[in-house]
Design a protein around this ligand. Structure first.
Ligand SMILES: Nc1nc2c(c(=O)[nH]1)N[C@H]1C(S)=C(S)[C@@H](COP(=O)(O)OP(=O)(O)OC[C@H]3O[C@@H](n4cnc5c(=O)[nH]c(N)nc54)[C@H](O)[C@@H]3O)O[C@H]1N2
Ligand SMILES: Nc1nc2c(c(=O)[nH]1)N[C@H]1C(S)=C(S)[C@@H](COP(=O)(O)OP(=O)(O)OC[C@H]3O[C@@H](n4cnc5c(=O)[nH]c(N)nc54)[C@H](O)[C@@H]3O)O[C@H]1N2
Ligand code: SF4
Ligand SMILES: [Mo]
Length: 717
């Protein structure tokens, strides 16, 4: 029997609405569904490939695995694995306390609503501070900025409202990464940029690569990577020099203008232009447009957050945004106040928390949490710490931290030293290969899901609920059911709550008591989450295509209380800028290796789909054709890429979109540690070029994933 089912994609926070044809219980075709979606009908190649992925293109796990006495992983019933894991965790907690248990939340966990909330409930009930996620090896420079500069509660201006928008180091046309950090709409990003241009909005991009997004740019600055701190310090310098900053906004909400002026005095546009190797006129023009803009937004993607001095760079990008008053202001229209949970917006500064200076601190470094999380790059150090409180068990939920954090020479032995490593995943990956247990989980189209991750991010109010499109195979379990069962086995009483970033789980009132013996019902959990929804749950049930409620117009309200001011130039940031000024560069390396993402893969996932393999039999080392000619390289030539920390082999490919002096590769290809044959291995792991101990940032301990100094040599194969 064949039928068509309405649901939504779970790959990224765009949560694009889709229709899937199901034939005899098997998904066969996907189409975009524009019936109610605020993006209209839209699916990117990953949304379309999710059918192949679902049907096993990537070696789906249909059974859980346990490591036997012979050291090999062998199939095990999930219930038996959970019994053994629960018993082991309980013994560890009884002997060493809750801190001995850690959780890592990966990309596969973000759009798994019930799993993610059950995981939070488990961590809160257990009382371990060891919550890690990809966020601290991604753009946590933004979290550091919030903690040091503060934040405007009303949020930044949306692309739909801007007349000047700046995006540094992001490529939303490919990644669909948009607000709240980057300046873009995550669903149908090209339509968002086209509409902005049609309104006359000017778009400025700062990227060493002329990205796919650059076709919408009015100004493209192509710097050497790792110099965003100087570039944005110079833009701020010009705004102050020319008095084109928003003095009313700064006067009302900011501290530290004089310290900013003083610190930025040496950061002239000429200095930034020289360091970043760009025309000084481009920096002047960007600052002129930003200064003239009436409604501005400056933001960034991963580029500046991955490169040298990422925390300082991000701070300066936010300072530029603040000098332009680039936030929604009292009386501004709030296009989407949220649907499942409607929130008022206030024009109000929230003072910096400097949460990282407070307990609970890490064992291996004197640093505390950012938004309730500890830095993922410190997981190896927290396992190896000479302390009774060290991490002894790690549960990895939808992630591959060994591939993601880089420096496998340091990280792998630490993971091997754990008493217990559990991977909760729908397929095998490098970390799962080391695990004691791999729990085979359901995949998105087999789950109940409600659109919480998109709720405040959709460009207009919208909510969607989906039941499973197809049944889950017999041997797999839902992620939430794993956390519920483990807690039950350990005697840890769970309270299920509507948690979101910025909230402290324990402080959220109410919740659903799940401490009883009967497993909860997934739909009942979603109904609970929709209890305060502007669209009643039954209406969502009746409209599987989603609902766009007709909410009364909402506007930014005046501040209800004095919460503080933004700190433009705290002393630590001034110190970092002074150090950057003294820096002599990193001689001895001819190239800088920069990060990139590809349209057909999602970090480690989808790289074995037919479409991805055709395009990327290896992860190419893309280079500027003139650089290649100078090095005697031709397309497809084998090359060796050497950083201070490691060496990998791959094949070179010319790309005139890249500026000279950079080589661009993507992450998460190939085995964790290569044996040197990139073609046979399907790529090489750029993480081998990274270090978890050197050139690491303060506060979030962010490793350098972009702008890595490297040399490139042709290899004789
Ligand atoms: N198709 C696809 N979509 C994805 C993903 C995927 O793997 N594939 N991954 C998802 C994830 S986990 C994330 S975090 C987001 C990331 O989303 P984006 O941030 O949009 O990711 P990238 O496309 O890698 O864009 C980073 C850009 O920064 C530039 N860059 C590198 N170094 C520097 C620098 O020092 N300064 C400046 N100014 N620019 C620099 C690079 O050239 C690149 O164009 O995408 C998400 N979406
Ligand atoms: N050198 C370098 N390193 C990087 C980056 C880089 O650009 N360069 N990018 C960094 C960034 S931004 C990120 S976000 C990280 C990514 O790091 P991770 O998130 O740790 O890595 P992924 O490969 O995305 O792992 C996602 C896993 O989730 C699984 N999965 C998918 N759906 C589900 C599900 O429904 N349930 C469960 N349980 N599992 C599921 C997939 O099979 C996959 O194994 O890497 C970081 N590391
Ligand atoms: S943009 Fe994101 S949600 Fe939409 S189809 Fe692509 S991966 Fe799925
Ligand atoms: Mo990411």
């Amino acid at each position: 029997m064949s039928q068509t089912v309405k649901t939504f994609c779970r790959n990224c926070s765009a949560l694009c609405a889709m229709e899937i044809d199901v034939d005899e219980g098997r998904m066969v075709r996907a189409r975009p569904d524009g019936t109610a979606s605020p993006y209209g009908a839209y699916l990117c190649p990953k949304g379309l490939s999710s059918i192949d992925f679902h049907n096993g293109a990537e070696g789906r796990l249909l059974q859980s695995l346990a490591r036997g006495p012979d050291g090999a992983l062998a199939p095990v019933a999930s219930e038996m694995a959970i019994e053994a894991i629960g018993a082991k965790l309980k013994a560890l907690v009884d002997e060493h306390g809750p801190r001995s248990v850690a959780v890592y939340h990966g990309t596969g966990a973000y759009r798994c609503v019930l799993g993610g909330l059950m995981e939070r409930a488990f961590v809160a009930a257990l009382g371990t501070p060891n919550f890690f996620s990809t966020m601290t090896i991604d753009q946590s420079a933004k979290w550091v900025t919030m903690a040091r500069l503060g934040t405007m509660a009303s949020g930044k201006n949306a692309l739909r409202d801007c007349d000047v928008a700046l995006l540094a180091g992001g490529n939303p046309l490919v990644t669909h990464q948009g607000a709240p950090f980057a300046v873009a709409e995550s669903g149908a990003p090209a339509r968002g940029f086209e509409a902005a241009r049609a309104r006359g909005c000017k778009l400025i991009l700062v990227d060493p690569r002329r990205t796919e997004t650059a076709r919408f740019a009015d100004l493209l600055i192509q710097p050497l990577p790792g110099h965003d701190a100087e570039i944005f310090a110079a833009i701020a310098h010009i705004l102050l020099r020319d008095e084109t900053y928003d003095a009313a906004f700064v006067g009302k909400w900011c501290n530290g203008l004089e310290a900013l002026r003083e610190t930025l005095a040496p950061f002239t546009p000429e200095l930034a232009a020289k360091r970043a190797d760009v025309p000084v006129e481009q920096i002047e023009l960007a600052a002129k447009w930003l200064g003239e803009g009436r409604r501005v937004c400056a933001g960034s993607g991963t580029g500046p957050s991955f490169s040298a001095h990422s925390n300082t760079a991000d701070h300066m990008i936010e300072v530029v945004n603040a000098l332009c008053g680039g936030y929604r202001r009292e009386g501004d229209r709030v296009r989407n106040p949220g649907t499942l949970r409607t929130r008022p917006a206030y024009e109000m500064a929230v003072a910096p928390s400097r949460s990282f200076e407070h307990e609970p601190k890490c064992l291996s470094e004197d640093v505390g949490p950012l938004l309730g999380e500890l830095p993922s790059a410190l997981i190896p150090g927290e396992i190896m710490a000479d302390s009774p409180d060290r991490i002894r068990a790690l549960i990895v939920f939808g992630g591959d931290p060994l591939m993601a954090m880089g420096d496998p020479a340091l990280a792998r032995p630490a993971f091997e030293a754990l008493d217990l490593l559990v991977s909760l995943d729908c397929r095998m990956n490098a970390t799962a290969g080391l695990a004691d247990y791999v729990i085979a989980t359901s995949q998105p189209f087999e789950r109940h899901e409600i659109s919480i991750p998109g709720d405040a991010l959709y460009p207009a109010p919208f909510a969607q609920y989906t039941r499973p499109v197809v049944a889950r195979p017999e041997g797999v379990i839902d992620d939430w059911a794993f956390f519920w069962a483990i807690a039950r086995r350990m005697g840890v009483p769970l309270t299920f709550k509507f948690w979101n970033y910025g909230l402290n789980f324990a402080d959220i009132p109410g919740g659903l008591d799940l401490s009883g013996p009967t497993p909860p019902d997934a739909e009942a959990l979603c109904r609970f989450l929709a209890a305060d929804s502007a669209v009643p749950f039954d209406e969502l049930l009746a409209h599987p295509e989603g609902v766009r409620p007709d909410l009364p117009a909402s506007f930014v309200q005046p501040a209800p209380a004095d919460m503080g001011r933004l700190e433009l130039m705290p002393a630590d940031v001034a110190g970092e800028l002074a150090a950057i000024l003294r820096e002599a560069g990193e001689p001895g390396f001819a190239f800088r290796l920069i990060s990139r993402r590809t349209l057909h893969t999602l970090n480690g996932a989808y790289r074995n789909s037919a479409a991805a393999r055709r395009r990327y039999p290896v992860n190419w080392a893309y280079m500027n054709p003139s650089d290649m000619a100078e090095a005697g390289l031709e397309d497809g030539d084998p090359v060796e890429i050497a950083s201070r920390h490691g060496t990998i082999r791959t094949l070179a490919k010319g790309e005139d979109r890249l500026r000279r002096g950079v080589v661009s590769m993507t992450h998460m290809f190939g085995p964790l540690v290569s044996n040197g044959d990139p073609v046979a291995e399907g790529g090489a792991n750029v993480g081998q070029l990274c270090s978890l101990t050197e050139v690491i940032e303060p506060i979030n301990f962010m490793p350098r994933f972009s702008g890595i100094p490297v040399n490139i040599a042709k290899t004789v194969s």
